[in-house]
Design a protein around this ligand. Structure first.
Ligand code: NAP
Length: 174
């Protein structure tokens, strides 16, 4: 939500979303669609089928070369892969924006685009809005696995060692 707001995506904007199978990307895709943006998802090979399964109507590609050059207004990145970001710059229209929540050190190569990094926590007001959307079903959370609170270390390892599949949840009580 913070990403969408801070870059100012609007209806009919062409957006390349890098990574939609993770915690941030799976929310982001839904928010972009609710804004009626035109979204292409760039997925890793290993997460392609999962991404297409959770978003059956989405256009999903696994190779950056399959996105037309200079066709995209916003690149929104959740993956933090520098080489991929370098390549994605050629997909941006003149004056386009590359936003990453994942790579604070990224330095753009093109002079005529905007590059933004931000991973600040969202405000309580924005959290409230997200919770309302979840309760109404206008936003759906992808839950990967639920762990007991005592298994927090296990959960951290699981997250680090497996492909992203939405959120990992720690159970506080029943
Ligand atoms: N979670 C939060 O609340 C939060 C808040 C602020 C900022 N952030 C930052 O935002 C970033 C994303 O967070 P997250 O929790 O969504 O992480 P995540 O669950 O690990 O998601 C990362 C996404 O990027 C994809 N990806 C990785 N390498 C890729 C590649 N080469 N090509 C295409 N897709 C690729 C992953 O797919 P695979 O799993 O298949 O690789 C996954 O879909 C992180 O850098 C995090 O530090 C997170």
């Amino acid at each position: 939500m913070m990403m969408v707001k801070s870059v100012g995506v609007q209806k009919n904007d062409d957006v390349l979303l890098i990574g939609a199978s993770g915690g941030i990307g799976s929310y982001l895709y839904q928010m972009l669609i609710s804004l009626e943006a035109n979204v292409i998802i760039l997925s890793s090979e290993r997460s392609r089928n999962y991404t297409q399964m959770i978003f059956p109507d989405a256009k999903v590609v696994t190779k950056i070369k399959d996105v037309d050059n200079k066709s995209i207004k916003f690149v929104l990145d959740t993956a933090g892969n520098e080489s991929l970001l370098n390549q994605s710059e050629s997909k941006l229209l003149d004056g386009g924006t590359l936003f990453t929540s994942a790579l604070p050190t990224y330095h753009k190569l093109r002079l005529d685009i905007h590059s933004v990094f931000n991973n600040l926590p969202i405000s309580p007001k924005q959290y409230k809005k997200i919770i309302e959307m979840l309760s109404k079903g206008t936003l759906k959370a992808q839950i990967n696995k639920v762990f007991e609170m005592n298994d927090v270390k296990l959960a951290q390892h699981y997250e680090d060692e497996t492909a992203s599949r939405g959120r990992i949840v720690l159970k506080i009580n029943d």
